[in-house]
Design a protein around this ligand. Structure first.
Ligand SMILES: C=C(O[C@H]1C=CC=C(C(=O)O)[C@@H]1O)C(=O)O
Length: 386
């Protein structure tokens, strides 16, 4: 059976009105898509061309890759796909929230003090082994509601608050507690591929936003001039450039980072673009070659990965993986799976991490994870720190 493309909707909000548990949703700054049903699934990115060929026409596959790329991915070819134009930037001024039913209880895993201790150990590991340059450490927050989580409302809140973010929801294999969804609002483009053009927008280096405009600007300038954050950022840019170079006949890598902002965070950002030597290389293949970048793992990748598994007391699952879509032409967009949650029934596992450098201060790293958790907490209606 071919994939059915429904006439475009007027707005991304209209797509969310039609969203039901188990559906797919992905919005970028130019477009949004909503997929329903599953014509086929794949657990390897390399199987995407085959499942798309079966679905015929210009079918689209949507899915997610876990942090540990040796584990199965989860990709769906939806039965129907509907597109809409991008959410308008003006709606950024609209901070109206739709309330979710129920009340929340939050449990930190690990406890904040244990995260500080893990950061201390990572700093020590880097001091003892200068070859280990960066380790990204994360923590998890379990949010338990008294009611089933309304995914569409969380997505609408995220989209309204951060219309330039990549807002996503994708179905995950169930674990016995009902339909399971990976959702979030990532600011970080892993790779976009359109014809012969490729783009990536690595982010690393963070500061929290402030409601006070003067303070907000001061924090932004502080971030741009922080040698620790610029160093942390450069490690990611170098790795992304190295991974894309073999695919490109030319690659533009700006020498200076710029600032980008989300509703809750400032980040250092570098927009990398290039022309592909082989315009037929599909978007998900480029994503697989880039993943995991030092924005989510560290440098060098293998040693950072081993340090993370030794220090983090939870399984990252799909957090810090990649989420996105590829179409039958091989074009598509894949983003870094951050500012996200793994949702089933009444519980959400929220995640946030940060790049630990030899010069990191453990308490500041804990505060950064709390600031990053606010993206999801605010969308749930929880206005506090964790
Ligand atoms: C790992 C996360 O963020 C990454 C992306 C942007 C900035 C980051 C940082 O400053 O540490 C992280 O590398 C996360 O949000 O959980």
């Amino acid at each position: 059976m071919p994939q059915r493309t429904v006439a475009p909707a007027a707005t991304a909000d209209d797509l969310l009105t039609a969203y039901r548990p188990g559906d797919s949703f992905f919005s970028t700054s130019t477009t949004a898509l909503h997929g329903t049903g599953a014509l086929a699934t794949a657990d390897r990115l390399d199987d995407i061309p085959a499942v798309l060929a079966e679905a015929g026409g210009n079918a689209v596959a949507v899915g997610a890759v876990p942090f540990d790329a040796t584990r199965p991915a989860h990709v769906v070819v939806p039965e129907t796909v509907q597109w809409s134009p991008s959410p308008s930037r003006e709606s950024a001024a609209n901070t109206r929230w739709d309330a979710l039913a129920g009340t929340w209880s939050l449990t930190a895993h690990p406890e904040p003090e244990a995260h500080v201790a893990a950061v201390e150990r990572a700093v020590k590991a880097m001091a003892e082994d200068p070859g280990l340059r960066k380790v990204v450490l994360a923590r998890c927050l379990r949010a338990q509601s008294t009611e089933d989580v309304d995914v569409a409302t969380v997505l609408a809140n995220l989209l309204r608050r951060d219309p330039t973010a990549f807002v996503f929801a994708t179905n995950l294999p169930e674990r016995g507690d009902g339909v399971r969804t990976l959702l979030g609002a990532s600011p970080e483009l892993l790779v976009s591929k359109r014809g012969g053009r490729v783009e990536s927008n690595p982010l690393a280096g963070s500061a929290p936003r402030s409601a006070d405009a003067t303070k907000d600007q001061r924090r932004a300038v502080g971030l741009l001039t922080s040698s620790k954050d610029r160093h942390e950022h450069a490690v990611v840019v170098d790795a992304v450039a190295d991974a894309l170079s073999p695919h490109c006949r030319n690659l533009t890598v700006p020498t200076e980072p710029e600032l980008v902002r989300t509703a809750t965070m400032w980040h250092l950002s570098t927009r990398i673009s290039g022309e592909l030597t082989d315009p037929d290389v599909p978007a998900h293949r480029l994503a697989a070659d880039l993943h995991p970048t030092p924005a989510v793992c560290g440098s060098p990748t293998g040693r950072a990965f081993d340090t993370i598994t030794g220090l983090e007391p939870f399984d990252r699952g799909f957090y810090t993986g990649a989420v996105g879509y590829t179409d039958a032409a091989g074009d598509g967009e894949w983003v870094v799976t951050i500012r996200c949650a793994d949702v089933a029934g009444r519980s959400l596992d929220l995640y946030a991490g940060g790049g630990v450098m030899p010069e990191s201060e453990p308490e500041a790293e804990l505060a950064e994870t709390s600031d990053k958790l606010r993206t999801l907490l605010l969308a749930l209606g929880v206005d506090g720190t964790a």
